[in-house]
Structures are given as structure tokens and as C-alpha cells.
Design a protein around this ligand. Structure first.
Ligand SMILES: *[C@@H]1O[C@H](CO)[C@@H](O)[C@H](O)[C@H]1NC(C)=O
Ligand SMILES: *[C@@H]1O[C@H](CO)[C@@H](O)[C@H](O)[C@H]1NC(C)=O
Ligand SMILES: *[C@@H]1O[C@H](CO)[C@@H](O)[C@H](O)[C@H]1NC(C)=O
Ligand SMILES: *[C@@H]1O[C@H](CO)[C@@H](O)[C@H](O)[C@H]1NC(C)=O
Ligand SMILES: *[C@@H]1O[C@H](CO)[C@@H](O)[C@H](O)[C@H]1NC(C)=O
Ligand SMILES: *[C@@H]1O[C@H](CO)[C@@H](O)[C@H](O)[C@H]1NC(C)=O
Ligand SMILES: *[C@@H]1O[C@H](CO)[C@@H](O)[C@H](O)[C@H]1NC(C)=O
Ligand SMILES: *[C@@H]1O[C@H](CO)[C@@H](O)[C@H](O)[C@H]1NC(C)=O
Length: 537
């Protein structure tokens, strides 16, 4: 009995292992972290990190664990951390030191810069205690090594020169070349591991299986996935036994989508490109880039609901570097959370960081003071609604929001409206200045239905012919509108929280009185405009 009890405890509580599948990741929401840059150990000097120096700033797995409240309070249910494997330890290169963790030497060893094996286990355990998942970034395609390192491979996982493809520069557009030639350049060569070699294949499979089991990893983000032949992935991910999402850089939707199949999913670069075309300010204001991409999804991607939706990452300029108007980012972000796919937010996006591409997009987060910014509050609301909708997926009496497909309701020069499940998202690229623009969206909802925008907690009433009308006299804010009754027990916009439930994240506690007040104002406004014979109603 005793033995049984402790076995039960160790299985269920102490090292809760999720080894999560694609289906289990579908409803998650991911916060992406560069380990070196997210948080410092207590007592560190916080003034010494300049991204331009391209060197270590001191973040660790422990300092992530100690600051998980910040992530969980925003409603995220998973983190993705930069690679954990041993990196090149030689002389400083023209591109600095491997503070980012992507310059692998020995994948099978942990990177002691970021902590010990116990520290990584403690991070994993703490995440699982909170009901969160751990995704780890892995680099399989290549190692990093200067010519002198390659003459002596003793500190590498693959010690035999035959386990690497011979050097050749990549000829872009030639698939074989992209897969077998070397990424990097003369300053920082990234020797290409021979992933066709049976010994390499089996060593990688044994390694990933053990890594996932030892640290109870729930999912993998695969670096440079398109630089490895696609036949490699099913067995690698099969050995890992967890969800795999790959980086297939570029907006060639045929190429990107061809990796969903070999891998469970891919990062949604095509939609990233479309979002920049539609929402960047100043920019092309091309909303059809989004609608066309959504249309192409239907035939190309096996499962758009698993795509990793993002606006920023460690390779791209921050959104705010390209588009300084904050409403531009909030609207694009709302799209990522309320359409098909798994939302991913890169650390610092919520703090309005605005660095250019590598290395300026790897700012230290501590300089922000982890402030509760407007972006932070919008993310919290989006996560809270999404988590609430996801949680209802198992309830057969409710709409299965998670498995429903986002559809376009309306597009115009100022933006678009989409609908996924019960949620209507009306998004715009008008930006912050007040605009004398109103938009009428035809929905399947019936006349007089009360609806709530979860971002402002304002109420809307559906007009004749299912019309939902919004105006932008306070600037181009995103609107996420749901039937008000749907928010029951969500804790959002003054709705009660179901007894006994503990919704994650910070709740958007709109005061009921003020939302009633604003709803009557809107009713008056709609009536008034209606009297004038406007097209609003
Ligand atoms: C290779 O490097 C290791 C240290 O990384 C060293 O101990 C060893 O002597 C070197 N071997 C040769 C042949 O230079
Ligand atoms: C493509 O790249 C491979 C590997 O470098 C090379 O052998 C082949 O000749 C290239 N094909 C073309 C059409 O250039
Ligand atoms: C908008 O994007 C679509 C889809 O990518 C493209 O076909 C179209 O040419 C673009 N329009 C403009 C004005 O750039
Ligand atoms: C973009 O980033 C660069 C380098 O970090 C910076 O100098 C520039 O001011 C940024 N632009 C904006 C609009 O933030
Ligand atoms: C952030 O600020 C909002 C609005 O004042 C508040 O509702 C929320 O609780 C705050 N969140 C945190 C984590 O302090
Ligand atoms: C707003 O636009 C309408 C229709 O285009 C126009 O009649 C009205 O005068 C405008 N109002 C203001 C304050 O610019
Ligand atoms: C009613 O809605 C449909 C789209 O659902 C639209 O095509 C039609 O023009 C609308 N009719 C009126 C009178 O607004
Ligand atoms: C999910 O919904 C169930 C039933 O309404 C509730 O008991 C549970 O607390 C909810 N979980 C979360 C994380 O909101």
C-alpha cells in the first residue's frame, strides 16, 4: 500500500510528465524566451547588458523558474526556451559569443552556462506544477565550429568527420544544396551534420528520447527544419514522443506547408508575412494578403489549427521596429490569438521592445521592470478568453471553438473581420489617431443579441440582418466581440467566475456598472445614428 501510494505520488505529483501530443498543444499559448535575456539571478547587476555586445548577460534556467508568475499572470500556458545543449566554447567570434544557445557543439551535454541538470529539471517541474508545458528549442541540422575545431572533434557529439557533409556554400533555391551545404559564413561556420548517415540518425534518436524523458519536455521547436531532408523528421519526432513544431523560414507557402506532415506543425511564416503587409504602419495596408493566405491554408496545410502564430522572434526585427503605432501590433496580435493556430509571443513584445533584427532583438527583459503595460493587459485578456474557450472544448453543449475554422466575414481598406466559433474579431490598420470611420460587419447573429467586446468590455447590440457596427472615433482598436451570455463564468468583463474554478491569468475585471453605462451609451448612439438614417444599423 505504501509503495503503491508513493508510486502514485511520484507519478502524479512529483514529476508530472505530460509528453504532450499535437492535440494537447492545440489549445496552448506560448511565451518564447531567450534564456540568457529573460531574467537575472537575484542580486545581479542589472545595468550591464547591451545587446550590441553579443555576449552573455547572465540569465539562467533558475531565473526563469523564479519569474514564472510574470508569464503565467499573462495567461500563457507554455514556454519555449532557447536551446539547452552545450555550445561552442572557443574564442569570441566576429558575431560575439553564443549567449543565444544556437551554436551547438555537443547536443548530448547540457549548456553549463544556463545551469545544471537539476536546475533544468526544477524548471520543468515548476512548470508542470502550474499546469504549464515546456517546449525546448533543438538544433539538429548543424553544429558551430571554426576550421580549427573541426580538426579536433573531441568536444563534439559527432566526432568523426564523415558525420558531417563536406563544406559547400548554400545555393538558395536548390533543395539538395539547402539541405546538405553549410549555413553560416566564414566568420561563423555552421558545419552541416550528415543526417543521412545511419549512425547519426540513430544517435540523434537516442539522444532526443533521453532528453525528453530526463527533463519531462512537452514539445520541441526544431531549428532550421527545412535544412534537413524531410524524411528525417517523422522518426526523430517519433523517438521524442512529443509535439514537434519546425522553423521553415520564408513565405513560400508550398515549401512551409510541405513540412506539416513530416513534423506536427511549423511556425506560421506565411501568415507573419501577410500580417506585416496588412497591419504595418506605415505600410501597404494590404488586408487581402491575410484573406488570400487564409484561403490558401485550406488546401495546403494539413491542420492550420496547429500552426505557430507569431509577430516576433529571435531572427526578426521587433514588430515595433517596423511599425511604431502600438495599435498596429495589438490588432495583428489579436488576429494571432483569435484565428486558427497556437499563439506565440516573443519575450519583450509585451514591453514594447523595438530593436531591429539580430542582435538588437535580444534585449534584456529586466530593464523593463516587468511592468504591467497596455500590451501586457491586452495579451492577458486574449489569453484569458482563449483559455476559457479552449476549456469549453470538452463540453459538447458548447461550440468547439478550438477545432472550428476561422472564416472571413468582411474586408475593406481599413481591415478585416473574421469569425472563429462564436468569436467575431474586427481588426483594423487605422492606427491610434481617432478616425471618422465606421464599419458594418454582417454576422450570423440575430437581431438584438447583446454582445461584448472583451478588450474594452463595451457592449454591442446586433442590428437587423446580423449587422455588428463599430466605429473608430477613439482610434483603431481591435475588437473581440462575443455573445455576452458566453462570458458567463469566465470572470471577464464583470462576469462571475464559476464556483470552484481557478481560471489562469489575470482577469479583466470590468466593472459591471461602467459596462452597463457604456452599453446604454452605445444603444443611444446607435439609435441616434439610426434616426439619422445612417448605414450603421
Ligand atoms: C583535442 O582537444 C582536446 C580538448 O578539447 C584535447 O584534450 C586533445 O588533446 C586534442 N587532441 C588533439 C589530437 O589535438
Ligand atoms: C544542387 O546542389 C547540389 C549539392 O550542392 C549539387 O550537387 C547540384 O549540382 C545542384 N543542382 C543544380 C541544378 O545546380
Ligand atoms: C496584396 O496581397 C496579395 C496577396 O499576397 C497580392 O496578390 C496583392 O498583389 C497585394 N496587393 C498589393 C496592392 O500589394
Ligand atoms: C530599430 O532598431 C534600431 C536598432 O535597434 C534602432 O536604432 C531604431 O531606432 C529602431 N527603430 C524604431 C522605429 O524603433
Ligand atoms: C495590470 O493592470 C490591470 C489594469 O489596471 C489590472 O487589472 C491587472 O490586475 C494588472 N495585472 C497585474 C499582473 O498586476
Ligand atoms: C464623418 O464622415 C461622414 C461620412 O463620410 C461625414 O458626413 C461627416 O461629416 C464626418 N464627420 C466629421 C466630424 O468629420
Ligand atoms: C444582409 O447581409 C448580407 C451578408 O450576410 C449582405 O450581403 C446584404 O447586403 C445585407 N442586406 C442588407 C439590406 O443590408
Ligand atoms: C474549465 O472548466 C471547468 C468546468 O466549467 C472548470 O471546473 C475548470 O475550473 C475550468 N478550468 C480552467 C482552467 O478554467
Amino acid at each position: 500500500m505504501h509503495a503503491f501510494l508513493s508510486l502514485f505520488l511520484s507519478l502524479s505529483l512529483f514529476r508530472a510528465a505530460y509528453a504532450a501530443t499535437a492535440e494537447e498543444w492545440r489549445g496552448r499559448s506560448i511565451y518564447q524566451i531567450i534564456v540568457d535575456r529573460f531574467a537575472l539571478p537575484q542580486g545581479s547587476d542589472t545595468t550591464q547588458c547591451n545587446p550590441g555586445d553579443q555576449t552573455f548577460c547572465g540569465g539562467t534556467w533558475n531565473s526563469i523558474r523564479e519569474n514564472l508568475d510574470y508569464v503565467q499572470n499573462m495567461g500563457f500556458t507554455a514556454i519555449w526556451i532557447s536551446p539547452v545543449s552545450q555550445n561552442y566554447e572557443g574564442a569570441r567570434t566576429p558575431y560575439g559569443d553564443p549567449y543565444h544557445g544556437y551554436w551547438i557543439s555537443d547536443a548530448s551535454k547540457l549548456n553549463s552556462r544556463f545551469g545544471t541538470s537539476d536546475d533544468l529539471k526544477a524548471l520543468s517541474d515548476e512548470l508542470h506544477k502550474r499546469g504549464m508545458y515546456l517546449m525546448v528549442d533543438v538544433v539538429v541540422n548543424n553544429v558551430m565550429g571554426l576550421q580549427t575545431d573541426l580538426n579536433n572533434l573531441s568536444s563534439y557529439m559527432f566526432k568523426d568527420p564523415s558525420q558531417y557533409h563536406p563544406y559547400c556554400p548554400i545555393q538558395w533555391g536548390n533543395t539538395t544544396s539547402e539541405q546538405n551545404c553549410w549555413l553560416g559564413d566564414e566568420k561563423v561556420p555552421l558545419p552541416d551534420v550528415n543526417t543521412e548517415d545511419p549512425g547519426v540518425i540513430s544517435a540523434y534518436q537516442a539522444w532526443i528520447k533521453e532528453l525528453v524523458q530526463t527533463y519531462n519536455i512537452d514539445g520541441l521547436r526544431i531549428d532550421a527544419a527545412k535544412h534537413v531532408q524531410s524524411e528525417f523528421w517523422p522518426k526523430f519526432c517519433g523517438a521524442a514522443g512529443v509535439f514537434c513544431i519546425g522553423e521553415v523560414f520564408g513565405d513560400n507557402i508550398d515549401e512551409v506547408s510541405s513540412y506539416q506532415g513530416p513534423l506536427d506543425s511549423v511556425l506560421n511564416y506565411p501568415m507573419y508575412g501577410a500580417l506585416t503587409e496588412a497591419f504595418s504602419l506605415p505600410g501597404q495596408l494590404n488586408t487581402s494578403a491575410i484573406t488570400e493566405t487564409m484561403e490558401i491554408y485550406k488546401t495546403k496545410f494539413k491542420d492550420p489549427g496547429l500552426l505557430g502564430n507569431f509577430l516576433e522572434n529571435q531572427d526578426l526585427p521587433r514588430w515595433a521596429n517596423m511599425s511604431v503605432d502600438p495599435q498596429s501590433m495589438y490588432n495583428a496580435m489579436a488576429f494571432n490569438f483569435m484565428s486558427d493556430g497556437i499563439p506565440i509571443v516573443y519575450y519583450g513584445q509585451e514591453q514594447g521592445f523595438h530593436g531591429a533584427a539580430d542582435p538588437w532583438n535580444r534585449e534584456p527583459l529586466w530593464t523593463s521592470g516587468y511592468t504591467n503595460t497596455t500590451a501586457n493587459q491586452i495579451i492577458t485578456k486574449l489569453n484569458t478568453l482563449r483559455n476559457f474557450l479552449v476549456n469549453q472544448t470538452s463540453d459538447s453543449s458548447k461550440t468547439d471553438w478550438l477545432h472550428s475554422r476561422a472564416e472571413v466575414l468582411t474586408t475593406d481598406a481599413h481591415g478585416l473581420a473574421i469569425m472563429k466559433g462564436d468569436v467575431v474579431s474586427i481588426l483594423t490598420n487605422l492606427g491610434s489617431p481617432p478616425a471618422n470611420v465606421s464599419v458594418a460587419v454582417y454576422t450570423p447573429y440575430s437581431n438584438s443579441l447583446m454582445m461584448t467586446d472583451i478588450l474594452s468590455c463595451k457592449q454591442f447590440v446586433v442590428g437587423s440582418n446580423g449587422t455588428l457596427s463599430v466605429e473608430y472615433s477613439l482610434g483603431g482598436q481591435a475588437k473581440i466581440i462575443v455573445p455576452s451570455t458566453l462570458l458567463q463564468n469566465s470572470g471577464m468583463c464583470g462576469a462571475e467566475i464559476a464556483a470552484g474554478s481557478t481560471p489562469k491569468g489575470q482577469l479583466a475585471s470590468g466593472a459591471p456598472r461602467s459596462s452597463t453605462f457604456s452599453s446604454s451609451l452605445i444603444l443611444i448612439a446607435i439609435t441616434f445614428v439610426g434616426l439619422l438614417g445612417s448605414s450603421l444599423v
